[in-house]
Design a binder for this molecule. Structure first.
Ligand code: FES
Ligand SMILES: [Fe+2]
Length: 360
């Protein structure tokens, strides 16, 4: 077996300097998956931490989505608190009550006369926003790369799975966890299954192909693997209708894909799980998991996503535990780099993609 293919170095996983470089060259230069669009009803807002830059996302009363710096134009106070998803159709700064419409216009400045300041010149600072099939991407770059070309370069997996009709799905459950590890270790762990037999006994029961150590099935050309329990992605059989338009082998398969740099997606014939990483430092990552289903499935009497949520939380907790061990190990003085084997081919691809995006 060749062992001349190296992992990233200790420095890449633990240093503040590399983290700052990633923030500037990757997270703040391209597009960043922020949330699902259906999280925001008309008049609502949410706050997303784009690697240290707080971004406010709103849906105005006409239904249009907007992204802004989460900063008041008066004296620079943070406008909205993190993760507050509701709203009254306007945004009032907690400091001196300057108030903004959801499209960013400054509409009220208490105690000031109309000729004290010109409100029309002080809207919230806008950031770029793009929506694709219900996924909301934001960019805090002054000049973001063209979105479609960026998608082709960084989200090939997602584009290949477009037939699952993500735009028509809705989030029925959301979970969040804190992981004491570098975001790249979470992505790399997602890209290989050499750990699956050891770490995920329940998962390999559901996806027997994973016993081979590969993340895909070489007898198939579509990147999918077969589920042992028909279309159920849970430890107990869950009888859900297929997603609209899903047919043939897609109905009983599982597909995984990454959304560079900060997300991955698990797709089955009946449900989709979106895992989004929010790096908080070289050794700390917050991850949200959103569980998507067809609206008719969610509305049907007796719908209960609990078995699917619980199963995926179990697998995720198993992954987080080993990712945290890796963070502890790569911080050792002895660790210069690890080695990658042929079955780590997707990890190798990620490392190359990451280094290219970082500009090396
Ligand atoms: S800083 Fe926001 S109203 Fe003064
Ligand atoms: Fe895993």
């Amino acid at each position: 077996m060749r062992n001349d293919t190296h992992t990233l170095t200790s420095h890449d996983y633990v240093s503040d300097e590399i983290y700052a470089l990633e923030r500037e060259r990757i997270f703040h230069r391209g597009w960043f998956l922020a949330c699902r669009a259906d999280r925001l009803g008309r008049g609502n807002r949410t706050v997303v931490d784009v690697v240290g830059e707080s971004v406010l996302i709103t849906r105005d009363l006409d239904g249009a989505l907007h992204a802004f710096a989460n900063v008041c134009r008066h004296r620079g106070a943070r406008l909205c608190d993190a993760r507050s998803d509701s709203g009254q159709g306007s945004l009032m700064c907690p400091y001196h009550a300057w108030t903004y419409a959801l499209d960013g216009r400054l509409i009220a400045t208490p105690h000031l006369d109309d000729d004290d300041i010109d409100k029309s010149t002080l809207p919230l600072w806008p950031y770029s926003l793009a929506e694709w099939e219900g996924f909301v991407f934001v960019s805090v770059a002054k000049e973001p790369p063209p979105f479609d070309a960026w998608m082709r370069e960084h989200c090939a997996d997602l584009l290949r799975l477009e037939r699952f009709g993500f735009g028509g799905l809705q989030v029925a459950a959301t979970t969040e966890c804190e992981i004491a590890t570098n975001w790249k270790i979470v992505v790399e762990n997602y890209q290989e299954c050499l750990h699956c037999t050891r770490v995920h006994p329940e998962l390999v029961d559901l996806v027997p192909a994973y016993r081979s150590g590969w993340v895909y099935d070489h007898d198939r050309s579509d990147g999918g693997v077969s589920l042992s329990r028909g279309n159920s992605f849970a430890s107990v059989p869950v009888h859900l209708p297929l997603l609209p338009g899903v047919e043939g082998i897609d109905a009983s398969s599982y597909f995984g894909g990454t959304i560079f740099p900060n997300a991955f997606i698990d797709v089955t014939g009946t449900s989709v799980i979106l895992s989004t990483l929010f790096p908080k430092g070289p050794g700390h990552t917050t991850m949200t998991m959103e569980f998507l289903f067809a609206p008719a499935t969610i509305a049907a009497p007796g719908f209960d996503p609990t078995p699917i949520v619980e199963f995926n939380e179990l697998v995720s907790a198993q992954d987080n535990m080993v990712c945290e061990r890796v963070q502890l190990g790569v911080g050792s003085k002895a660790f210069d780099h690890g080695v990658l084997s042929p079955k780590d081919d997707l990890v190798v691809a990620f490392v190359r993609h990451y280094l290219a995006a970082r500009g090396e």
